[in-house]
Design a protein around this ligand. Structure first.
Ligand code: NAD
Length: 354
């Protein structure tokens, strides 16, 4: 089987390629990346060892697909993945939509031409920002927990946010670019009889992630803490109680490996994936973990309001467990420790990747 991974030099694209190679020596892997993400050059250098056929190209350009070989599957990991993209003053909405949406259309046309399957790495950000912001939470220890006594919300279960949660806009420009990509993928799949899988991922984390405050938060926090860089809790009373679940792209790759081998499996095409409550943490808890690991480091706080900030996201991954037997294999401690070791081995990481 031959696959194309777009954004192969990014954190997820590269990690997935590495894990897929570990799972199968026979898989032919082709990759494309325009190297726009600072730090992505570092992964390019390692692709040869994974026996990846790399093309330096841009998914926005139809002609960049002309030189690519035919494949059986495309795993789409090329995007601007920041929820602040388009409103951060550094990127425009048009740029975001060109990378994330127009780029997806070019990939889907390539899939149509070669009758290839399409696997989209989507996001928890396809859920409405207002309902997400209104998830009933209450402080408990150093984190927010779901307030079980509050009125039920559609799609919110004890395990977290399920696929039934509202996707009504506003979502953020980023979230809308991914939701629109989901709809286009399903439409192309139906119109041209192409297999499609859509994995809505919560936060992915691991060593080698290009962490920034608005994207790759676990990597950013751990690297910053180790380097004694300034850190601050933003909003929500300034306590750092906001919670996210997280999981390893290695675990994502295990699911992808199954999905590309079972294109006709009769299960829902859109599934949520995340670390669940077991692999979840507040920023305050993450600071405590870092204090134990690297020694105490003071975190300040600000009441600054950042668009699209939400207090609590944990993905309900019960469906992907039911249909694919998938659950994260990396524990919280293993994942945090792997990032810490990477931070120690790469003391200048934040300078390189920001
Ligand atoms: N990291 C997460 O927590 C997370 C969570 C949910 C979903 N996702 C999705 O996973 C995918 C990968 O995210 P990531 O964290 O690896 O981001 P990343 O920025 O590390 O990787 C994206 C890669 O795509 C490349 N790229 C961007 N625009 C391109 C274009 N027009 N043509 C070719 N290459 C292009 C970049 O150079 C980079 O190497 C994204 O689609 C993102 O929406 C990520």
């Amino acid at each position: 089987m031959k696959i194309l991974i777009t954004g192969i030099c990014g954190f997820v694209g590269y990690s997935v390629a590495k894990q897929l190679r570990a799972l199968s020596g026979d898989l032919k892997i082709v990759g494309i990346d325009n190297l726009i993400r600072p730090g992505s050059e570092l992964n390019r250098a390692n692709l040869k060892a994974l026996d990846v056929d790399f093309y330096h190209g841009d998914i926005r350009n139809a002609s960049d697909f002309d030189v690519l070989p035919a494949v059986d599957w495309v795993i789409d990991a090329a995007a601007n993945p920041s929820v602040l993209a388009g409103v951060d003053g550094k990127t425009s909405g048009r740029q975001l939509m060109e990378h994330n949406l127009a780029g997806t259309i070019e990939i889907l046309e390539y899939c149509r031409k070669h009758s290839a399957g399409f696997l989209l790495l989507s996001t928890s950000r396809v859920y409405g920002v207002e309902p997400l912001a209104n998830i009933p939470v209450e402080p408990s220890g150093a984190r927010f927990e779901l307030n079980q006594a509050a009125n039920p919300m559609v799609g919110l279960t004890k395990a977290g946010i399920s696929e039934a949660f509202s996707t009504e806009p506003p979502l953020s420009l980023y979230g809308t670019s991914k939701r629109a990509a989901e709809l286009l993928a399903l439409e192309y799949g139906s119109a041209f009889d192409l297999p499609v899988w859509i994995n809505r991922c919560g936060v992915l984390a691991g060593p080698g992630q290009f962490g920034k405050a608005d994207q790759g938060i676990f990597s950013f926090w751990i690297h910053s803490h180790r380097a004694r860089r300034p850190l601050k809790y933003i909003g929500f009373g300034g306590n750092g109680y906001q919670v996210r679940d997280f999981f390893s792209p290695d675990d994502l790759a295990h699911l992808i490996f199954q999905q590309i081998q079972n294109p006709d499996k009769q299960v829902p095409k859109i599934l949520n994936l995340g670390g669940g409550r077991e692999l979840s943490m507040s920023l305050a808890e993450l600071t405590e973990w870092c204090d134990d690991r690297f020694g105490k480091h003071e975190v300040t706080h600000t009441e600054e309001i950042r668009p699209f900030d939400i207090p609590w996201v944990i993905m309900d991954s019960n469906k992907v467990l039911e249909y694919w037997g998938w659950h994260p294999s990396w524990s919280k401690e293993e994942l945090l420790e792997s990032i810490a070791q990477h931070a120690e081995a790469n003391p200048n990481w934040l300078e390189v990747v920001t």
